[in-house]
Design a protein around this ligand. Sequence first.
Ligand code: NAP
Length: 285
Amino acid sequence: MIRRLCIIGVGLIGGSLARALRRHADRPEIVGASRNAAHLQKALELGVIDRFETDLGKAVAGADLVMVCVPLGAMEKVFAQIRDHLAPDAVLTDVGSAKACVVEAARRVFGTVPPFLVPGHPIAGTEQSGVEASFAELYEGRRVILTPLAETAAAATSRVREVWEAAGATVSEMSIEHHDTVLAATSHLPHVLAFTLVDSLACLGDHDEIFAYAAGGFRDFTRIASSDPVMWRDICLANGEAIVAMLERFGADLEGMKTAIRDGDGETLLARFQAAKQARDAFSE
Ligand code: NAP
């Protein structure tokens, strides 16, 4: 296990990793960092971190691993703040929900893709934000995707893999392009749909009545529309091309559904609903 871990952004994702690692006997020292001392003080009081810094340069000093857990739009600024302060053998990783944009941000700051950078993404989370929402079990049995590049040092990838496995996750590797395409379909599209549905209904004149009579189905379908708007703006801007491609495909399917309903085409509706149920049931199993 590493000796010192610096977590920049001690919110849901960073805080949950810290909590998971603190259960280990040979846990590393965990230094938290972000912009707001009050948030970090809270993390300290909750026993999530050992100490904190709001100066990111000071925070990363002497850390074997620096885990950047901030919204995608803040990655480049954070890289620039820590660039000249990383320990010579430090490994740098992140948890951003899209990966090409993180590598581009690193390239702009470091001038090249550093061999010590291991882009990563835990496929786990909730619609809550902040350290108060973090919990040690978040990564148990969940997947973490690492997207090392040709430039990435194998030892750096191993160090990041080890930390996620210590938190209970199963680690897999894939290319950045594949990651961003797959996640556009499985995570980014559903979030865009949930936000749009709730916003669309909220803009209807009689929305109070609509929400008053909304039942379990609405609650299940729209839970993720309570997620952090800043985080989701950043994800849509960062992975726009892949998300737009999915939206276009989905739009065509939705158009087909509208036509079937308008035409009273029960056969098509039943076929589509049966196929969807079968796929959803298989996924649940
Ligand atoms: P969060 O709970 O809001 O935490 C974000 C943290 O980033 C906060 O502690 C914030 O602290 C810090 N921060 C924001 N801007 C900063 C800056 N410029 N410099 C330093 N610190 C900054 O968000 P989260 O859900 O943990 O998400 C963090 C990352 O994980 C995002 O990149 C997201 O794409 C990714 N992710 C999220 C999920 C999910 O389901 N939530 C799942 C997988 C991956 P201060 O306000 O104190 O600065």
